[in-house]
Design a protein around this ligand. Structure first.
Ligand code: XMP
Length: 321
């Protein structure tokens, strides 16, 4: 597919919205469509565009895959309901953890999440709904990174030569594929989405699974989720582009209450960046780092070591998996 980028300088959000609403209506005709909302700015924009275009011919699902942050599913669903968009919350935690069981390789984990989402969970919902169209928030950078082979983004299908109509029975519509994140944020604003969505820091498709090195089990996700909540409290005003807590597999010796504890390690990363293509570690005050270490080692069970990563991207990537 030949894809043209719509740059931020040339983007006219109002016109873009009008064009996309028209295109979605034209593609779906009198049919039914579904989409999945994660609460990220991309899927939020797609949800609003499709809701404007299709009204009750659109069914929006929030799929709880068990690897989201604390309280995320309920928070996102109620926010959209308060804006008049009915969202159905679908619990699929078991399916995702079953698919991730025993997997340790990053690409295999990504592949398992993608497959479970599209084939097992969402595929079944789409089939049950009778919809022939799936709207999703693939953006220009997702395509670029996947085609360049940097990382396999979760939402890339057709660009990898996967015929969704043949394989899953539905046609994919990608309204924001010409935009980068900055453009998507501008459209989000023009759509009237609240700042908590428009300015939401990026969060990866594979969610907290991208921050668990080795096997992704419910227990290991719980640990990284708690550490993430601490970071979000402590670093909310840091001005960083993105920050994350990563659970390592290797254990190290610690000491607690005078006894040796062969415990877990959490790595903290906090990034300055404008486009996520290159990034540098934020120079956090040492007191902040100490507070993070103190809180994580007391509030996250079994953690005896907290490290801060000072590597730039490249050669690092921002996520660890
Ligand atoms: P990386 O780790 O590639 O991340 O430097 C760049 C930005 O993309 C976000 N992001 C993802 N990263 N898999 C990823 O590895 C995904 O599916 C994904 N989705 C988004 C990441 O959080 C960072 O902002």
């Amino acid at each position: 597919m030949r894809l043209r980028e719509v740059k931020l300088e040339e983007l006219k959000p109002e016109e873009f919205i009008e064009r996309k609403v028209w295109e979605i209506r034209a593609a779906v005709g009198g049919g039914l469509a579904v989409n999945a909302l994660s609460g990220g700015v991309d899927s939020s924009v797609v949800t609003m565009l499709a809701h404007r275009a299709l009204g009750n011919r659109l069914t929006t699902y929030f799929i709880d895959n068990g690897i989201m942050r604390e309280g995320e599913p309920r928070r996102v669903v109620s926010l959209f309901r308060s804006m008049g968009v009915p969202v159905r919350l679908h619990n699929a935690q078991k399916e995702f953890f079953r698919a991730l069981k025993g997997l340790r390789d990053p690409e295999e984990k990504r592949e398992a999440i993608t497959r479970t989402f599209y084939k097992t969970v969402f595929g079944a919902l789409v089939r049950r709904s009778g919809a022939r169209f799936l709207l999703q928030g693939t953006n220009y950078t997702d395509v670029e990174e996947t085609v360049a082979g940097v990382k396999r983004q979760h939402n890339i299908l057709e660009q990898l030569g996967i015929d969704t109509r043949k394989r899953f029975g539905y046609t994919v519509i990608e309204p924001i594929i010409e935009l980068r994140k900055s453009g998507v944020r501008a459209v989000a604003k023009a759509l009237g989405l609240p700042p908590e969505i428009c300015d939401r820091p990026p969060f990866p498709g594979p969610a907290l699974a991208a921050r668990v090195i080795g096997e992704v089990t419910p227990e290991r996700v719980r640990l990284v989720r708690r550490a993430t909540a601490i970071l979000e409290e402590e670093l909310a005003t840091s001005g960083a582009f993105q920050f994350m807590a990563i659970l390592h597999e290797d254990r190290v010796t610690g000491v607690r209450k005078g006894r040796r504890e062969f415990g877990l390690q959490i790595e903290v990363r906090c990034w300055n960046s404008s486009d996520a293509v290159v990034a540098e570690p934020t120079r956090l005050p040492f007191e902040t780092l100490e507070r993070l270490a103190a809180r994580i080692t007391t509030e996250v069970k079994g953690v005896v070591s907290v490290t801060y990563n000072v590597t730039r991207k490249p050669p690092s990537t921002m996520e660890a998996v």
